[in-house]
Write a protein that binds this ligand. Structure first.
Ligand code: DON
Length: 323
């Protein structure tokens, strides 16, 4: 018999086979009752906990989906991936590494302690672009002449990744704005360490807005397929970022996409991913496909329980692990 093929040469299953895999995962995990909706943002607490959708978009743009893939939800922390894409594309990977840092913090996503420990240890206080401190810093560094233009550039980047114009969920935005005092603390702490040099409340507001963008699982999978495809949207064929930018963004997702439980994720699943407290998780198998799953109940680290299980099983079924 021929020697086992290297991961990179395993053929993708057919669309019909992927469809069966998605349906099997949904059937298997829809009855999971662990986890609960994010409750520190009032608008997220009341989303239907039963919603569960899984979408795959292949690097050639083909879509396979099952369940609630047209249900809109708040992108939350997954937006950090696209703001980072904007910044790396504008400033280059080396500048971003220097200005924000790229190492995992091992701490929760909104940790003030991580900022303090990094500062004390002469590491970068912002941590990395996928924790709140680094994501607020990312926003502050996006080149623009005004806050309005800065927001516009981030939003248009998200739209281009998705291949359609996304909207802000105003209820989530207001709810989050009214309750984001902890993030406000982080933004001003970063100003005190001269990491954020402009207006911290402006950077925080844009960060809050990007988190409030409404997406479906299908949108998210399309956004991820753009990364899987080296930065070019596979349906619109628009080049959003360079292959080099896409690679650096995926590297960040690999080391910090699920916060303090990223090690467990990479060990079990072996692909870069990013979670959000709205219940979405996006995972990317470079060159092949992206998979997005959405279901609101979260584990203690803030990662959707059903989405993690569904993505793990589908990545295994498709031999998608990079290792
Ligand atoms: O900053 C926050 O708390 C939210 N806007 C986003 C946090 C988030 O999604 C963390 N993810 N797992």
């Amino acid at each position: 018999s021929p020697p086992a093929m290297a991961q990179g040469s395993v053929a993708m299953p057919s669309q019909a086979e992927i469809q069966r895999m998605l349906e099997a995962a949904r059937t298997k995990y829809e009855s999971v009752t662990e986890g609960k909706n994010a409750d520190y943002i009032p608008a997220l607490a009341k989303v239907d906990s039963k919603l569960f959708g899984i979408a795959v978009v292949l690097a050639n743009g083909e879509v396979v989906e099952t369940g609630d893939t047209n249900a809109p939800f708040a992108i939350e922390s997954i937006s950090k991936v696209f703001a980072l894409s904007r910044l790396i594309e504008d400033k280059g990977a080396a500048d971003v590494e220097k200005a924000i840092g790229v190492n995992a913090t091992g701490q929760p996503f909104n940790s003030v302690l991580a900022v303090e420990l990094n500062q004390m240890n002469k590491e970068h206080p912002a941590g990395n672009p996928l924790v709140n401190a680094g994501a607020i810093t990312t926003v502050a560094l996006v080149p623009a002449r005004s806050g309005a233009e800065r927001w516009d550039r981030i939003k248009k980047t998200m739209d281009a990744f998705a291949g359609r114009q996304l909207s802000v969920d105003e209820e989530v935005y207001k709810s989050e704005t009214a309750t984001n005092t902890h993030n406000r603390g982080i933004a001003y702490l970063l100003q005190s360490y001269e990491v954020i040099k402009g207006d911290p409340s402006e950077a925080l507001d844009i960060y809050t807005r990007e988190c409030s963008v409404s997406v479906t699982a299908r949108d998210l999978a399309m956004m991820g397929a753009t990364l899987a495809n080296g930065g070019t949207n596979p349906v619109t064929h628009q080049r959003i970022v360079s292959p080099d930018t896409a690679s650096h963004v995926l590297a960040m997702m690999m080391t910090g996409g699920l916060y303090e439980t990223t090690g467990t994720w990479v060990y079990r699943v072996g692909v870069p991913a990013k979670s959000g407290v709205g219940g979405g998780i996006l995972a990317v198998v470079p060159g092949k496909y992206a998979i997005a799953a959405f279901s609101p109940p979260l584990d203690k680290a803030g990662n959707s329980v059903r989405a993690q299980r569904a993505i793990e099983s589908i990545v295994q079924d498709t031999s998608g692990s990079l290792f």
